[in-house]
Design a protein around this ligand. Structure first.
Ligand code: FES
Length: 141
């Protein structure tokens, strides 16, 4: 997914439609993330000033919701299921190998609902059953 390049003016343009919304902090942060792929540190003060709330309020929302990120997006998002059914067929060793190879791009998930085809993984939103490092590598950008 292509994201816009962050700038203060581009960020303010994203915030403008939410000016009169009640409780605009969360929805404006979600909009910033959709536009830029993350919420830059500079955006916290801009959002706070724009909606006349404290920086602590904005920071609190930003850090409370796991889907909001203050770091630029990684090249790939790799999720490995570590719930029981996938663990029984080797997801922990798959996860370990993937983390060695791809570092912070790899995250744990508890069950994709694909338990019969474990170990299950997801690469950039695409579900992979009977996942192997080779299948994961083939699905990466
Ligand atoms: S336990 Fe892994 S997909 Fe359900």
């Amino acid at each position: 997914m292509k994201y816009a390049t962050w700038s203060k003016s581009a960020g303010l343009a994203v915030l403008e439609p939410f000016r009169d919304e009640p409780g605009p902090v969360l929805i404006s942060l979600q909009a910033l993330q959709r536009e830029f792929g993350y919420i830059p540190a500079e955006a916290v003060a801009i959002v706070a000033n724009f909606f006349n709330v404290s920086r602590a309020d904005v920071h609190g929302v930003l850090t409370f919701y796991e889907d909001l990120s203050s770091s630029p997006p990684l090249p790939n998002e790799i999720h490995v299921c570590i719930a029981e059914a996938c663990q029984a067929v080797g997801s922990r060793s798959l996860e370990k190998a993937l983390k060695l190879a791809h570092g912070e791009q790899v995250r744990d998930v508890f069950c994709f609902g694909n338990c019969a085809l474990g170990p299950a993984a997801m690469v950039n939103g695409v579900l992979i059953g009977r996942a192997t490092p080779e299948k994961i590598a083939a699905a990466m950008k």
